[in-house]
Design a protein around this ligand. Structure first.
Ligand SMILES: Nc1ncnc2c1ncn2[C@@H]1O[C@H](COP(=O)(O)OP(=O)(O)OP(=O)(O)O)[C@@H](O)[C@H]1O
Ligand SMILES: [Mg+2]
Length: 277
């Protein structure tokens, strides 16, 4: 790994509940350099909570603590709201599962792709427009000029996800968090979008935290893998070593390839009380 872009030590996230506090992320330490790090684990293991905490987007009611929470030379634990806003539009980007929830249906695609440039740079309208067209082309969309003018409803799922990637990368973030970025797409499109993310990660020298259920898939795209179970890290290993991972939990996830139909459901393998470790 290169110098870490993101450096987290002992991150804990706790929710209050009627039955007392529930620790959904337990003392998680991880680093991301200029590489693809996959964060995997069964549904409910805390993947999205970690991703959101890194972006300063934890839900209400969550208590987030950490021994260290650093993004480059910034201490995220003490960042002001203004600092977060600046960081989210320039240093970090977030790609979610379904572009339908991230793109505003009432606005044309182009201005949404450009938004980070409008908010965080001094570029002129013409320059922003040119950057957006270049970026739409870079993510493999045909006829960028036409797509620029379209509304999100005119896009297929795969095109929408490419537009999201264009919008997230237009201001060249150092770190992108992609939370199940392809779960809403069919298998062929998943591979295309992950191939695109991988090549852009390399070209831009970014770090990518790729959150996924699908170990066999991340094994093909990630450099390293962090395996989570019930909020705690079970193991960290090179992606190439996944197929002969030692931990029974990781082996179980490897064998239980999820599909769109099982997305969001708990894998039957690890019902409560099960002894995998
Ligand atoms: N607002 C909330 N209040 C209380 N508990 C919550 C809240 N949001 C999430 N949780 C709990 O935090 C835990 C981790 O959730 P998280 O969404 O991070 O899981 P995940 O690994 O992303 O799962 P999935 O693969 O299904 O997306 C879960 O047990 C969830 O029920
Ligand atoms: Mg999630």
């Amino acid at each position: 790994m290169t110098d870490p872009i993101l450096d987290i030590a002992k991150l804990s996230i706790i929710f209050a509940s009627d039955a007392g506090p529930v620790e959904v992320v337990k003392s998680v330490s991880l680093q991301v350099g200029r590489e693809i790090v996959a964060l995997v684990g069964e549904s409910g293991s805390g993947k999205s909570m970690i991703g959101r905490a890194i972006m300063g987007l934890s839900p209400r009611g969550a208590t987030v603590t950490a021994e260290r929470l650093r993004f480059e030379d910034q201490d995220l634990a003490t960042l002001s709201e203004r600092g977060w806003n600046r960081l989210r539009g320039s240093g970090m980007g977030l790609i979610l599962q379904d572009p339908k929830f991230s793109l505003n249906p009432a606005h044309r695609v182009g201005p949404q792709v450009e938004e980070a440039l409008l908010l965080h740079t001094q570029l002129s309208a013409r320059e922003r427009n040119q950057h957006a067209l270049d970026m739409l082309e870079k993510v493999g969309l045909p006829d960028p000029e036409k797509i620029y003018q379209q509304y999100p409803a005119a896009l297929s799922g795969g095109m929408g996800q490419r537009v999201m990637i264009a919008a997230m990368l237009i201001n060249r973030p150092k770190l992108v968090i992609a939370d199940e970025p392809t779960s809403a797409l069919d298998r062929g499109l998943q591979d295309q979008v992950l191939t695109l993310l991988r090549s852009l990660t390399q070209e831009f020298g970014m770090g990518l935290l790729l959150i996924s259920h699908d170990l066999q898939q991340v094994a093909r795209y990630a450099d390293r893998v962090i395996v989570l179970r019930r909020g705690a890290i079970v193991e960290q290993l090179p992606a190439a070593a996944l197929s002969d991972a030692r931990s029974p939990y990781t082996r179980g996830l490897w064998a239980a390839r999820p599909s769109a139909a099982t997305y969001g459901t708990r894998l039957p393998l690890f019902e409560d009380g099960e002894a995998a470790s």
